[in-house]
Ligand binder design. Structure first.
Ligand code: MN
Length: 204
């Protein structure tokens, strides 16, 4: 059974950047439903693996198309939101540290340049989807975007995401309405770069 991560902040812990009602609805309704439906889809398909990355990287092995789509969408929803909610903090570090800081400077020039790239991908994602910062098998950093609940794992890129920027309207509409760009700025205010840095060091 897959379970949602536990938040280490309250629903109001990301105020004023991301409002309490959005965090509660997003985590306790949307993320919870993806998680429930992921578990149901795995049971129906007879898959008992506890490794979400491996399940998402091997969707081709699920022969039934309906089962495969259910696992792709709900497994993506489960995994993506765990990463999304995990990277926030009520007292976020504004800068990456250690190995990630050096790698960002080397790859993108600066943290601001990376944020600009992610912002452009997130703004340009038509409809529902995500923008990503991922680690390649050789430890390099890449940015990308994807539709729906797809991610760099289910798209078989071989890369593992360390930063997940949700641009589904449910992530921002209650507070920011149609202003996705304002939400993206707010996202970076609540993002804890120390958590992202830790993830990079674990994976690279
Ligand atoms: Mn979402």
């Amino acid at each position: 059974m897959f379970e949602q991560i536990t938040l280490d902040y309250g629903y109001d812990g990301l105020e004023p950047h991301i409002d309490a009602l959005t965090v509660e609805t997003h985590y306790a309704k949307h993320h919870a439903t993806y998680t429930t439906n992921f578990n149901k889809a795995l049971e129906k398909a007879g898959i008992d693996s506890t490794d979400a990355v491996s399940i998402l990287a091997n969707l081709d092995s699920v022969k039934d198309e309906a089962d495969r789509n259910a696992i792709r969408n709900n497994g993506g929803g489960y995994f993506n939101h765990n990463l999304y909610f995990e990277n926030f903090s009520s007292n976020p570090a504004k800068e990456p540290v250690g190995e990630l800081k050096a790698k960002i400077d080397e790859t993108f020039g600066s943290l601001d340049a990376l944020k600009e790239k992610l912002t452009a991908l997130a703004t340009g994602q038509f409809g529902s989807g995500w923008a990503w910062l991922s680690v390649t098998p050789s430890g390099d950093l890449v940015v990308s975007s994807s539709a729906n609940q797809d991610n760099p794992i289910s798209l078989c890129t071989g890369n593992i995401p360390i930063l997940a920027l949700d641009v589904w309207e449910h992530a921002y509409y209650l507070k920011y309405k149609n202003l996705r760009g304002d939400y993206i700025k707010a996202f970076f205010e609540a993002l804890d770069w120390e958590k992202v840095s830790r993830k990079y060091s674990e994976l690279k």
